[in-house]
Every structure is written in C-alpha cells, then in structure tokens.
Design a protein. Structure first.
Length: 101
C-alpha cells in the first residue's frame, strides 16, 4: 500500500471515529437524506450534522445535490459516494460483535 493510500485510509478512519459521523454514514446507507432529516433522526442539532457532512464530503465519502433557490429554501440531499461503505460497516460491526463474546 503506498503512502497516499495509507494517509487516505487513516483520514477516513479518523472521521468515522466520530460517533456522529459514523451514525450519519449508517443512515445514508439506506438512501438520500436532507441534513434536517438526519438531525431529527439522530436527535442532534442541524449544525452538528452539517459539520459532520462537511468532513464526510471532504473525505469523498458522501455526495450531495441542491435544488431550489436560496430565498425559497434550498433543498440539499446527501448520499453515500459508494454504497459498499455501509455494507463494510455492517461487516465490521458483526466482526466486532463476535470478538466481544
């Protein structure tokens, strides 16, 4: 594994080490969501969700689209850049569950 891949993998692990970011990724594995929907579902502030989405976007883990005009209330939706990430996290959770026993 080259140094660039190691750095990128380490960055992703640091981001997913944040429980809120991790939970956002798990939810986005089920489909697109707006930040306000994520905040409601996770019972946290919208600004906390937006901050984590920014980190996830910078790491290339999520994508987004926006529609509408700013004055009319722009709608931004986020989704996983690669759906296999959600599957990989479920596999990790199952593996760790077996280790804890």
């Amino acid at each position: 594994m080259d140094d660039g891949a190691v750095r990128r993998s380490s960055q992703v692990c640091r981001i997913l080490g944040n429980p809120l970011a991790y939970r956002i990724v798990r939810i986005l594995g089920a489909g697109r969501r707006r930040p306000v929907e994520l905040a409601r579902e996770l019972e946290v502030s919208a600004s906390a969700v937006v901050n984590q989405l920014k980190n996830l976007k910078l790491a290339g883990l999520v994508r987004f689209s926006s529609s509408g005009v700013r004055r009319a209330g722009r709608k931004v939706e986020y989704w996983l850049a690669d759906r296999t990430l959600a599957r990989d996290l479920r596999t990790l959770e199952r593996t760790l569950g077996r280790v804890e026993r």
